[in-house]
Ligand binder design. Structure first.
Ligand code: CA
Ligand code: CA
Length: 173
């Protein structure tokens, strides 16, 4: 990967987290994501499932801030994301993805209507769409996640896919 590709990938990851597109990642981006998912599935914020999504979003933000908010001002700038998170994204995307686990777990519970077998590809595509993935891409990704074609996507499959998405190789410098 050359450095221009690397820059583009990092910029795309940053944009994924900067949900409101105001140029930095903060707690509001995570609570906005939580609200969007709950609205999509008609789940109230006060319900147990709704609370779990908000708690997961807060834990996700805390994990992100712990890794990347270098100056501690509760905002992760693009600069901080690159210096703070890029190394982690490169060296251990699995560990990075773990900070998202409570959020993903809670979102899957909402999207699957509590089914222990996991979410359908359609439900996962809805989640991806409300979080900003283009409609066509969302359905493609969701279909690909159901690798064995049984119509269900498990938490582990989603976490592995998220880790894969987060993994960004550094340029050979
Ligand atoms: Ca933002
Ligand atoms: Ca900061």
């Amino acid at each position: 990967m050359d450095s221009a590709q690397y820059e583009r990938k990092i910029a795309a990851r940053f944009a994924t987290f900067d949900q409101d597109g105001n140029g930095y990642i903060d707690r509001e981006d995570f609570s906005a994501a939580a609200r969007a998912v709950l609205a999509e599935f008609g789940t109230t914020a006060r319900s147990d499932q709704g609370q779990a999504v908000f708690n997961g979003a807060e834990a996700f933000w805390q994990g992100m801030a712990g890794i990347a908010d270098v100056d501690g001002d509760q905002r992760v700038t693009r600069e901080e994301f690159i210096t703070g998170a890029a190394k982690r994204l490169r060296d251990s995307p699995d560990r990075f993805a773990e900070i998202a686990r409570p959020f993903l777990h809670a979102v899957i519970a909402v999207a699957s209507g509590g089914s222990p077998e996991g979410s359908t590809p359609e439900a996962v595509a809805r989640v991806l769409r409300v979080l900003g993935t283009a409609a066509e891409g969302a359905e493609q990704i969701a279909r690909a996640l159901d690798a064995d074609g049984d119509g269900r996507i498990s938490e582990e499959e989603i976490l592995a896919a998220f880790a894969g998405y987060c993994g960004v190789e550094a340029p050979d410098a």
